[in-house]
Design a protein around this ligand. Structure first.
Ligand code: C2O
Ligand code: CU
Ligand code: CU
Length: 496
């Protein structure tokens, strides 16, 4: 956070202690900075479940999907707004493919500006990644094809146009991409029945438009007043089984959540960004910053109504700054309504999957990344500059420091990393592609780059608070063959 903003926040704090008009203004700023919907959500709208995308298999054996991004109007339940969506007015269908399959996604841009479609969490060639170098002009088409080669996981897709990601995602362009691996993990797996996609976003409404105004006194980006899940306000989900698996995605621009249940019950954490954990872990809270996913399994009792809630997220930036960044906010998110009789679910297995994680002992190189202001290592994103060149087939350690008092997280394209440290909590113990970096701390990650080399087209790494990403907190890395020299990213006349 720039120094002047810290000053302004401190001033706002001082104003709270004063009397008279300044104190009243400070109190207004202070009370307006907190959102709390606990106990106030009536859960009258049935949760929308994004449909599974239709697909066909072409002559080359590829599973083919079609996506069209276009504007529309979406009924959120009690409010309707102008939105953007894939194959519909808001969000997009859930894509699903298995490890080993080749996929082809044909994207048509029906917007009147350029966009891209990025496969967040997917291991794939840089040319297929859908980052800022794969812009799709208004009215144009783009096809992305790759062989799915990673463990079963809950991934997602969203636009990534240079400088425009926050706007495109906020308007509604996002969807889930579920990777299967053909292994029976003994988990609830009936999509929409006991295996539920949960895309959590915060939105504010202004008449019949989405309100994209940014909060006062912080550069975190949009913080919405209320929660929509899969595009549904005040949602409930009818539950018919004893165990329910929720695939939680924080699809918000800036807001961090700290999910738990209203009655503090424990639930099983079974997966993180890039796949299943080795064994289920009992937890009562799961924190998710923008872009992160977690899979959980919750036990439901017949006839009950269980409320998924977000408790104040621990942003660790100090009470004053945290409050302006959503750190004091609470939300009722989703009500699970159990039938009077529930069909039995098999008990969770004691082990779930072999977790494929990089070995830090094999690391060939250590790099450091310092997040500060709108920059990484002192530099704003430049699409023509390569910030790191890594050699295919090697493992590296990346040390990422948040040098600010403000929250940042760190996302790396193409790979799933391992979080290093002596006391890694369960939610950071598995495969990750996005991680919260507490103010004034450093995270150490091990990453293995074993995909396709491309000496000219880079992948991105960035803060996934979308306003930060758009403002420059992003960099690029190339993966090259051993002995190969880094080339130059293409120059774009448009879209940058
Ligand atoms: Cu979810 Cu570079 O993005
Ligand atoms: Cu990504
Ligand atoms: Cu950030």
């Amino acid at each position: 956070m720039p120094g002047w903003k810290i000053g302004v926040i401190a001033l706002a704090g001082v104003m709270l202690l004063c009397c008279g008009g300044a104190g009243a203004a400070g109190a207004w700023v202070w009370s307006g900075s907190q959102r709390d919907t606990v106990g106030e959500v009536d859960f009258v709208n049935r949760l929308a479940i994004p449909r599974l995308a239709a697909s066909r298999v072409d002559g080359q054996g590829r599973r083919v999907f079609d996506l069209t991004a276009a504007p529309g109007r979406h009924d959120f339940g009690g409010r309707t707004a102008s939105t953007w969506g894939f194959n519909g007015a808001y969000l997009g269908p859930t894509l699903r493919a298995s490890r080993g399959e080749k996929v082809l996604v044909n994207v048509r841009n029906g917007l009147d500006e350029a966009t891209t479609v990025h496969w967040h969490g997917m291991h794939l060639p840089a040319a297929m990644d859908g980052g800022p170098h794969q812009a799709i002009a208004a009215g144009a088409r783009w096809s992305s094809t790759w062989r799915v080669d990673q463990p079963a996981a809950t991934l997602w897709y969203h636009p990534h146009p240079h400088g425009g990601t926050a706007d495109h995602v906020y308007r509604g362009l996002a969807g889930m991409f579920i990777v299967d691996d053909g292994i029976d993990h003994g988990l609830p797996d009936r999509y929409g029945v006991d295996d539920i996609p949960i895309v959590v976003q915060d939105r504010s409404f202004d008449g019949d438009e989405l309100d994209d105004s940014r909060p006062f006194l912080t550069d975190i980006g949009i913080l919405g007043d209320e929660i929509v899940v899969n595009g549904t306000r005040a949602p409930y989900l009818d539950v018919s089984t004893e165990l329910v698996r929720l695939r939680l995605l924080n699809g918000s621009n800036a807001r961090s959540y700290n999910f738990g249940f209203a009655d503090y019950r424990d639930f099983a954490l079974i997966g993180t960004d890039g796949g299943l954990l080795y064994r289920p872990g009992a937890v009562s809270r799961i924190p998710l910053t923008p872009g992160e996913r977690a899979e959980i399994v919750v036990r439901i009792r017949p006839g009950e109504r269980a409320v998924l809630r977000s408790y104040p997220p621990e942003l660790h930036g100090g009470a004053l700054a945290d409050r302006f960044n959503g750190g004091a906010d609470r939300f009722d998110v989703l009500q699970l309504r159990a039938g009077a009789a529930l069909s039995p679910s098999a008990a969770l297995p004691s082990t779930l999957a072999a977790v494929e994680l990089p070995d830090p002992a094999a690391a060939a190189k250590t790099r450091t990344f310092k997040l500060s202001g709108t920059r990484i290592n002192g530099q704003d994103m430049d699409p023509s500059r390569v910030d790191a060149t890594v050699v295919r087939g090697t493992t590296e350690i990346w040390e990422v420091t948040n040098a600010d008092g403000a929250p940042h997280n760190f996302h790396v394209h193409d790979v799933q990393f391992r979080v290093l440290g002596s006391a890694v909590p369960p939610h950071l113990s598995g495969r990750k592609d996005t991680i919260f970096v507490r103010p004034n701390t450093t995270v150490r990650l091990a990453l293995r780059f074993d995909g396709v080399a491309d000496a000219n087209l880079p992948y991105m790494f960035h803060c996934h608070l979308l306003a930060h990403e758009d403002n420059g907190m992003m960099g690029q890395f190339l993966v090259v063959e051993p002995g190969q020299r880094a080339g130059k990213p293409p120059h774009h006349d448009h879209g940058n």
